[in-house]
Ligand binder design. Structure first.
Ligand SMILES: [Zn+2]
Length: 75
């Protein structure tokens, strides 16, 4: 009976570790995709992933404040 519990424990540990590794790998894949699509804030020049940037008139911004400030500077 004790052996059965041991086998069950090993199996659970294996499944858990496999899930962790999978999450880690998919997380790294997302990061790699992000760095390939970095854009620059038109106001302060900071680089950020395209998915996080705010876009307006083909310009990218890191935050709403910089988008508003850039708009104000233009006018
Ligand atoms: Zn900015």
């Amino acid at each position: 009976m004790r052996l059965l519990f041991f086998i069950l424990f090993v199996l659970l540990a294996y499944l858990f570790l496999r899930k962790l590794l999978k999450d880690y790998q998919s997380g790294r894949k997302i990061q790699e995709t992000d760095t390939r699509h970095m854009v620059r804030c038109a106001y302060c020049g900071v680089f950020l992933p395209e998915g996080e940037a705010l876009t307006e008139d083909s310009d990218n911004f890191c935050c709403r404040e910089h988008r508003e400030l850039a708009k104000r500077d233009k006018n």
